[in-house]
Design a protein around this ligand. Structure first.
Ligand code: NAI
Length: 207
């Protein structure tokens, strides 16, 4: 199945299911029912069944439910996570360093292969296990790492220029932390994380 035919919201739920299923497996539960997964994921059993049908998973039985490991394997196969995903990060400031530290504890499936900054004092060194280079080395290093994903943690006014450079060097997916919408061509997927917007949503829904 082509990755692109799965709706973004379904992909988000699959990623969540995978994480929950791994937790379940770590607790020794080798099978579970759709209503249990739905409860943990905060949605409905019907939604879980629809999502699993969409990825062609037919391994469950009414008596035993789904096989946890089998379902994890199927989601991994669909999300094409069989190989380690290489990431490059641009902007080694406060946020960039926090992300590098987080990933130094081996997040399964992802490695930050290199980080870049325009400030010489932050480059030519290793931070949280990650090699940090000057921006001018970007094109050369990206070829060596073969990274296809990029993370942007530079100030807003530089973010578009960084995205353009990433795309020119073959990056296919970008996670943008800068508080500005970026323009990318149709063949590149971009997503944005904004803690302020997320908090505004939580504050509104809580109040
Ligand atoms: P910072 O000022 O500590 O770090 C920014 C880094 O980017 C610096 O190391 C600087 O040298 C580098 N830089 C600037 N222009 C560059 C360029 N053209 N190419 C390469 N490197 C460049 O800032 P901080 O606090 O780390 O924030 C970074 C970005 O993340 C900002 O856009 C900020 O608004 C955003 N942010 C987003 C959050 C979110 O929830 N999405 C939370 C916190 C910050």
């Amino acid at each position: 199945m082509e990755k692109r035919v799965i709706p973004v919201k379904t992909v988000e739920r699959l990623v969540l299911y995978k994480r929950l299923l791994r937790d379940i497996l770590a607790k020794g539960e080798s099978s579970l029912y759709s209503h249990q997964l739905a409860k943990m994921a905060n949605n409905t059993p019907a939604q879980v069944r629809r999502d699993l049908m969409m990825i062609g998973y037919a391994g469950g039985t009414p008596r035993k439910g789904y096989q946890t490991q089998e379902l994890i394997d199927r989601i991994i196969q669909i999300l094409d996570e069989s190989k380690e995903q290489k990431i490059v990060l641009v902007g080694i400031g406060n946020l960039g360093r926090a992300i590098l530290s987080y990933f130094s504890f081996q997040q399964p499936g992802f490695t930050i292969a290199a980080a870049f900054d325009s400030d010489e004092s932050k480059t030519n060194r290793v931070i949280a296990g990650c090699r940090c280079y000057h921006l001018r080395e970007f094109a050369e290093k990206i070829k060596e790492t073969d990274a296809k994903l990029g993370v942007i943690t530079v100030p807003a006014q530089h973010a578009q220029q960084v995205a353009d450079m990433m795309i020119e060097c073959g990056i296919k997916g970008i996670l943008n932390f800068a508080p500005i919408p970026l323009k990318v061509p149709d063949n590149v997927f971009i997503d944005r994380i904004d803690i302020t917007m997320a908090l505004e949503k939580v504050a509104y829904l809580a109040g």
